[in-house]
Ligand binder design. Structure first.
Ligand code: NDP
Ligand code: 2IT
Length: 451
C-alpha cells in the first residue's frame, strides 16, 4: 500500500468515520506532496506523515449561558491544537450551527500549512462552537462569548495558542472574548487577534483577508501580463472576506457583480453597490433580499430555488471568480458553468470552498487556480502583525500594515513559483502550496526531535 492509502487508513481509524470534510482536506495534501515525498526519503524515515495527520490536542467543552428570557442554553465548544512545530498554535474561532469536530479538524489542518506559507512562526489550530449568532441580541452574544472563554481560557496564552476571527466571529465577539479573558486572568495578554482598535487591534486587520486575496491574484496575473482592470468578477459570500475583496477589486478598476449569503445570491450587472452591501450585512446584519429591494436592477435568487442548492453566482459569465463564503460552496455544476463561460481564474477567499470535483474540472480545462491556503493567508499574516504590535507596544499605520501585507502575499507567490519550477509542477499551485507548507512544518518537526 502506498503512503497515501496507509495514511488515509490510519486517519479513518483514529477519527470518526464520518469526518468526511477532514478526510477531503487530508487527501488533497497527501496526494499533492508526492513529488516531495519521492524526492526526500528523509520525511518517510522520520515518519512525518503519520505524525502530522494527528492533532496534538483536541479540546472539547460544554458552554452554558443564560439567554434574554433567563433560560439556560447549552452549546458545544472545541479547540483543535493541531501542530505547533513552527510556533504557538494560531487560528480562528467559528460560531456557526454547522460547527463540529470534523469541520474544525479540516480547518485546523489547513491552517497548519497556510500559516507555514506566510513564512511567520505560527502553528495551526482552529476552534469554535455550534452556537448560532443569527437573531441573538447583543447581550446574548456577550453572555455566550463570556461563557465560551470561561470554559477553556486556561488552555490558551500568547505563546501557547492565540485565537482569531472566522465565520460568525468579528470584532464584536473578539472584544467580548478578550474582555472575559482579562477578567479571569487579570492579564492583558495578546491571546486573540482581530481585536477592536480600542483593545489593541491592528489597523488593516479587518481588510487583510479580502485585500490579501486580491493582492495574491494580482501577482498571479502580473506574471502573465494580465490585470484585473476592467474585468468582470464574481464573488460569493457577503461577510468580512467578500466585502473587502469587493472593495479592493473596485480599487483596481475591476467590476465585481455578485455576492451571496446563506440564503441567496445577488447579481448586480452594474457592479455591487458596496455602501449598500455594508449597510445591510455589517450594520443591519440582515439578509441580501433587502439589497434587491433597494437596488431595482439587481437579481436575487434563493439557493433552494436553484439547481439543488448550487450557487447561482457561478452561472454569471466572468473573467475571475472568488468564492468567499464557506467550504464546498463551489461544486461541479458551478465549475462547469464557469468553464462554459470561459473563466480565466479562480481564487479562493474562503477555506476549501471548491469541491474536489470542481477542482478536477478547473485543472482539466487549464483554469488558473489559486488555492485558499495561499490566497487567503493575508488575514492570519496580519493577525501576527497585530501580535507583534501588542508585544512591542509599537503600533503601525494602516499604510504600513497594507505595505507589509502586499509584501507577504507577493513573497508567498514567489516561493510557490520557485516550488513549481523545482518540482516541475507547471501551474499546479495546489501542489506548490502543499509542498511548500508541508516542507516547512516537516523540517521544523525533524529539527525538534521525537517529542
Ligand atoms: P463572515 O461571518 O464575516 O461571513 C460569512 C459569509 O458566508 C456570510 O455572507 C454568510 O452568510 C456566508 N455563509 C456562511 N456559512 C454559509 C453556508 N453554510 N452557506 C452559504 N453561505 C454561508 O465570515 P468571513 O467572511 O470571515 O469568512 C468567510 C470564509 O473565509 C470562511 O471560509 C472563513 O473560514 C474564511 N477565512 C476568513 C478569514 C478572516 O480573516 N475572517 C481568514 C481566512 C479565511 P450569512 O450572512 O447569511 O450568515
Ligand atoms: O482561516 C483563517 O486563516 C482565519 N480565520 C484567520 C485566523 C486568524 O488567526 O487570524
Amino acid at each position: 500500500m502506498d503512503y497515501i492509502e496507509k495514511a488515509m487508513q490510519r486517519a479513518k481509524a483514529i477519527n470518526c468515520p464520518n469526518d468526511t470534510t477532514f478526510f477531503q482536506a487530508l487527501r488533497e495534501v497527501l496526494v499533492s506532496i508526492k513529488p516531495l515525498i519521492d524526492k526526500h526519503p528523509n520525511y518517510t524515515r522520520h515518519n512525518i506523515i503519520e505524525r502530522i495527520i494527528s492533532p496534538n490536542r483536541e479540546i472539547r467543552f460544554k458552554i452554558e449561558w443564560l439567554d434574554d428570557k433567563n433560560e439556560i442554553q447549552v452549546n458545544n465548544g472545541y479547540r483543535i491544537q493541531f501542530n505547533n512545530a513552527l510556533g504557538p498554535y494560531k487560528g480562528g474561532v467559528r460560531f456557526h450551527p454547522t460547527v463540529n469536530p470534523d469541520i474544525l479538524k479540516f480547518l485546523a489542518f489547513e491552517q497548519i500549512f497556510k500559516n507555514a506559507l506566510t513564512g511567520l512562526h505560527i502553528g495551526g489550530a482552529k476552534g469554535g462552537s455550534d452556537f448560532d449568532p443569527k437573531g441573538k441580541s447583543d447581550n446574548e452574544i456577550m453572555k455566550f462569548c463570556q461563557a465560551f472563554m470561561s470554559s477553556f481560557y486556561n488552555s490558551i496564552g500568547s505563546d501557547i495558542d492565540i485565537l482569531g476571527g472566522d465565520i460568525g466571529v468579528g470584532e464584536r465577539e473578539v472584544g467580548y472574548l478578550f474582555g472575559q479573558y482579562k477578567q479571569l486572568t487579570n492579564s492583558y495578554d495578546s491571546i486573540i487577534t482581530s481585536k477592536p482598535l480600542s483593545l489593541g487591534g491592528s489597523l488593516g486587520r479587518t481588510e487583510a483577508t479580502g485585500y490579501g486575496l486580491i493582492y495574491f491574484t494580482q501577482k498571479l496575473l502580473e506574471d502573465r501580463q494580465e490585470t484585473l482592470k476592467g474585468k468582470i468578477c464574481t464573488i460569493s459570500g457577503s461577510g468580512n472576506v467578500a466585502i473587502h475583496a469587493i472593495e479592493k477589486l473596485y480599487d483596481l478598476g475591476a467590476i465585481p457583480v455578485t455576492c451571496s449569503d446563506s440564503r441567496g445570491s445577488i447579481h448586480d450587472s452594474n457592479g455591487i453597490d458596496l455602501a449598500l452591501l455594508k449597510k445591510i450585512k455589517l450594520e443591519r446584519r440582515a439578509s441580501l433580499e433587502y439589497y434587491a429591494l433597494e437596488r431595482k436592477n439587481a437579481v436575487y435568487v434563493k439557493h433552494e430555488a436553484y439547481k439543488n442548492g448550487s450557487n447561482y453566482v457561478w452561472q454569471i459569465p466572468c473573467f475571475a471568480a472568488f468564492p468567499c463564503a464557506t467550504q464546498n460552496e463551489l461544486d461541479a455544476i458551478g465549475a462547469q458553468a464557469l468553464i462554459d463561460n470561459d473563466v480565466k481564474l479562480v481564487s479562493e477567499g474562503a477555506n476549501m470552498p471548491s469541491t474536489p470535483e470542481a477542482i478536477e474540472l478547473f485543472v482539466e480545462n487549464g483554469v488558473l487556480f489559486a488555492p485558499a491556503k495561499a490566497a487567503n493567508a493575508g488575514g492570519v499574516a496580519v493577525s501576527v502583525l497585530e501580535m507583534g504590535q501588542n508585544n512591542s507596544l509599537n503600533y503601525l499605520t494602516f499604510e504600513e500594515v497594507d505595505q507589509r501585507l502586499q509584501q507577504i502575499m507577493s513573497d508567498i507567490y514567489l516561493h510557490m513559483k520557485k516550488t513549481c519550477d523545482e518540482y516541475e509542477l507547471g501551474i499546479d499551485l495546489i501542489a506548490a502550496a502543499n509542498i511548500l507548507g508541508f516542507k516547512r512544518v516537516a523540517d521544523a518537526m525533524i529539527a525538534q526531535g521525537v517529542l
